[in-house]
Design a protein around this ligand. Structure first.
Ligand code: ADP
Length: 157
């Protein structure tokens, strides 16, 4: 017998909380949005992104004239990498964050609410399942992504 409903696909995606998010004390608020949307935290790591890591991560924009400014911005504080899992996580997280340019992002999206412009835009999120797999490997080492059951509920505040 066929299932009556089409099940979504469980995915894990890579988020970076960028320096404006960290320095602006918005990490908690941004993470809250993802948790409220039902995503599970599978990994969380804070680190300083060095130039070679950034050049690899941003290889698609590394030849653009604005790239040096992006590199300086991304090194201005440590960043936080998150691995978030959920149904259709890649697309749903991209919807939650909004488009690249914060000024064009709708209110209610992360970038629309907290971002400043096209560069200073609070978060990175993987844009395809293929890139999510590459980026999760880029920012998490073996053993840093966890599988576990969400067993305990909490009271709502
Ligand atoms: P996204 O982060 O939405 O996937 P891109 O991959 O196109 O967008 O760009 C990577 C990052 O480079 C952006 O998030 C932003 O921080 C920066 N960036 C993109 N375009 C510009 C630009 N025209 N000027 C300055 N910074 C930019």
């Amino acid at each position: 017998m066929r299932a009556a409903t089409v099940l979504g696909s469980m995915e894990t995606t890579l988020i970076l909380l960028k320096p404006d998010c960290i320095a602006g004390r918005k990490a908690g608020e941004v993470l809250k949005r993802f948790e409220d949307a039902g995503f599970q935290i599978r990994g969380c790591r804070m680190f300083r992104a060095d130039a070679s890591l950034l050049r690899e991560h941003y290889s698609h924009i590394a030849s653009k004239p604005f790239y040096p400014e992006v590199e300086t911005f991304m090194q201005s504080t440590p960043v936080i990498a998150l691995a978030l899992a959920g149904d259709n996580a890649v697309g749903r997280v991209r919807d939650i964050i909004g488009p690249t340019d914060s000024k064009k992002a709708a209110k209610g999206t992360v970038r629309g609410d907290f971002g400043v412009d096209v560069m200073v835009n609070i978060v990175h999120a993987s844009d395809s399942q293929e890139n999510a797999a590459i980026e999760l490997k880029r920012f998490f080492r073996d053993g840093e992504l966890f599988d576990y059951e969400m067993r305990f509920g909490t009271k709502s505040a």
